[in-house]
Design a protein. Structure first.
Length: 137
């Protein structure tokens, strides 16, 4: 059963790791639209599925969409993309020049296939008002 502690010294290092983990990943590079292959032991420590979760969480916090795959060798492949691309297929990594040009143009970043995202407009969503009824017994 779980126990509630009154205090804990967080400077304590787990016996499973001699050094506390504090790894900062180069998110601006990895999520720039190009296709990145991340190798275990070189680019990240731990299981690839853990990095996949970290990538998806980071992308969600930044409000961007990503494609993530884990290869049979344990490499993690990641690419930022725009739009509602759901089909599976082969994509090309945009050039660094086209990424920089898109940033200079203003807003739009480039899709994974090198094209700019389509402008999407949507109608405002109507919400129903709820009436609160007080019930007395």
């Amino acid at each position: 059963m779980a126990t509630i502690l009154k205090q804990f010294d967080w400077t304590y290092v787990s016996r499973n790791s001699a050094v506390p983990r504090s790894r900062a990943y180069p998110w601006n590079e990895w999520l720039d639209g190009r296709i990145w292959q991340l190798e275990p032991g070189t680019d990240f420590d731990g299981p690839p599925v853990s990095l996949e979760r970290v990538i998806r969480t980071t992308a969600n916090r930044r409000g961007i969409k990503v494609r993530v795959r884990i290869t049979d060798e344990g490499n993690v492949i990641v690419q930022k993309h725009e739009g509602d691309v759901t089909e599976r297929g082969i994509t090309k990594s945009p050039s660094l020049r086209s990424i920089k040009a898109a940033r200079e143009d203003g807003a739009a970043t480039v899709n994974g296939n090198g094209s700019k995202p389509a402008v999407k407009t949507s109608a405002p969503v109507k919400t129903a008002k709820r009436k609160i009824v007080k019930v007395t017994a």
